[in-house]
Design a protein. Structure first.
Length: 146
């Protein structure tokens, strides 16, 4: 199963030319202090929008390959204890949107993880596989955020 990781960009992502064509590369530092390289397609807008010091969420598959979770939520500040009803409703709706975006990112990652082992038709016939994997990723992501 995929492992969720939190990392910090050690340097601003850059474009490099390889024998396989142009790629976007980012040097990252994992929470345990190890440094790794994250490879993405050329001119990847998600990665190039980030700068040195940005925190990102990744998964590591069983082969050790790192993948960026593209819709990862940004860290949020705690809400004040006493809010007016209108701002409390806005805070609730904002939190609900962050949580739903986080879960959607987990579903997307679950599809990526299992697409190597199952065809698209097989995955559609096994929705419980995707949802149980996404739920596990979601739980781990929430543990890391808190």
């Amino acid at each position: 199963m995929a492992q969720l990781l939190i990392a910090t960009l050690a340097k601003t992502p850059r474009q490099v030319n390889t024998k396989h064509g142009s790629r976007t590369v980012a040097d990252i530092r994992l929470e345990d202090g190890t440094e790794q390289t994250l490879w993405r397609p050329a001119n990847d807008s998600t990665l190039t929008a980030l700068r040195e010091g940005a925190t990102i969420q990744l998964t590591r598959d069983s082969k050790g390959k790192l993948s960026l979770i593209e819709n990862a939520p940004q860290a949020t500040t705690p809400a004040p204890g006493h809010e007016s009803p209108a701002s409390a409703r806005e805070a609730y709706l904002s939190a609900l949107e962050r949580v739903s975006n986080r879960y959607q990112a987990c579903i997307t990652k679950a599809k990526q993880v299992w697409s190597a082992d199952y065809s698209e038709d097989e995955l559609q016939a096994l929705p419980e596989l995707l949802h149980s994997t996404a739920a596990s990723l979601f739980i781990e992501a929430n543990k890391m955020i808190r």
